[in-house]
Design a protein around this ligand. Structure first.
Ligand SMILES: [Zn+2]
Length: 370
């Protein structure tokens, strides 16, 4: 999305209560292994979730749903060595994962994140999760249910990402829109090709409202729609407006988002915002539409903006510059795919198709990248 993410650990936003343990459709192939369960926090307000790692496992996606707000506290590898601790990141002006912020009852963690994070090793890994209330007070005896999806991906230099693109009611019958989306998918393929990434897009017509929900806030419609997605698919909803507005070109449900169903398990797009004030797609607008699809899916796969629009908070990629003013950032990062907004003058906009090596590492390590 093209707005700032709140950096506070105890920021209470919209709460949405849903069941958490319905599994999605299995392709019947070797795509992902899935396990699930529930744990209860002890007197410290934390609980341990175990991840059994085989020698072949290359990454996992933990999706949790708690009675209270949920965040990750610690990760220990198969030798019980601590490889991640929330406080090492929480007070930095550098964003690695939103899993450390208990903003919602739905916490999503992908591991590893960058190449420098501890890679998976054989053995029993431990993810320590915490339950807290809206004031940041740890909660004992709080239930947290979870799903772990893991991949055996022996090639982290190449990946296909399955996307289920679903049109809102009536939108799939609008030829100008479907033509623009098809052209935008080709733009997206071109953006990803140098990184050896390929979006594999399956398109369907849905019956949800043309005014799609703001995915970051959560919605029962998102949950219901995702139940019909395959277990290795990212769900993308294409509507006319987002939360009643054309202020957003697109919004991702999380950084990262999940492949199983929860209230934020989708990227949403507004075709009308993409088509501009005349409602007709120009070639430039089709380019921006393709960039927006790749940008929002980039968030969903774990990428933050290289700089937020406060110009004082950055991603955890050492190879994206830490600029500190709008003009400096436009110059240094304006062509980056994950730049928070298009950079335009009166006649045209910069092409935003660049991804750094570390940004690419993150995309390749997302559990849905196979
Ligand atoms: Zn964004």
């Amino acid at each position: 999305m093209r707005a700032m993410l709140p950096p506070m650990r105890w920021n209470l936003i919209f709460l949405f209560t849903l069941g958490c343990d319905e599994l999605l459709k299995d392709r019947g192939g070797p795509a992902l292994d899935t396990t699930d369960g529930c744990v209860q926090t002890g007197s410290t307000g934390t609980a341990e979730i175990k991840v059994e790692s085989t020698r072949e496992m290359s990454g996992f996606l933990l999706t949790s749903k708690g009675e209270h707000l949920v965040a990750v506290d610690e990760i220990r590898d198969g030798s019980d060595e601590q490889v991640f601790y929330w406080e090492d990141w929480y007070y930095l002006d550098t964003n690695l994962t939103s899993a450390i912020w208990p903003n919602t009852q739905e916490m999503v963690l992908n591991w590893p994140i960058r190449a420098e994070e501890a890679p998976m090793s054989e053995g029993e890994w431990t993810v320590v999760v915490s339950a807290v209330d809206g004031s940041g007070v740890y909660q004992a005896e709080s239930e947290i249910c979870y799903t772990i999806q893991s991949k055996d991906d022996d090639d982290l230099e190449y990946g296909e990402v399955n996307i289920r693109l679903v049109y809102a009611e009536g939108v799939g019958e609008m030829e100008a829109v479907t033509e623009a989306i098809n052209a935008a998918i080709l733009v997206w393929e071109d953006i990803w090709a140098p990184m050896n990434l390929l979006p594999v897009v399956r398109i369907e017509n849905g019956d949800f409202s043309k005014d799609v929900p703001y995915a970051g806030d959560g919605s029962e419609d998102i949950y219901d729609l995702t139940l019909d997605s395959f277990e290795d698919e990212i769900t993308m909803m294409v509507g006319e407006t987002i939360d009643g507005s054309t202020s957003y070109l697109g919004v991702a449900g999380g950084i990262p988002g999940t492949l199983t169903a929860n209230s934020r398990s989708a990227v949403v797009m507004s075709w009308l915002a993409g088509a501009g004030s005349d409602g007709v797609f120009s070639p430039l607008e089709i380019n921006i539409l393709g960039e927006t699809m790749a940008h929002e899916i980039g968030h969903f796969m774990g990428l933050f903006h290289p700089v937020e629009q406060t110009w004082a908070m950055w991603d955890a990629c050492d190879d994206t510059p830490n600029c500190s003013s709008e003009s400096e950032c436009d110059t240094q990062l304006g062509t980056n795919l994950m730049y928070p907004s298009p950079v335009c003058d009166v006649s045209t906009c910069l092409t935003q198709d660049a991804l750094s090596n570390i940004q690419t590492e993150i995309l390749q390590r997302y559990t849905g990248t196979l």
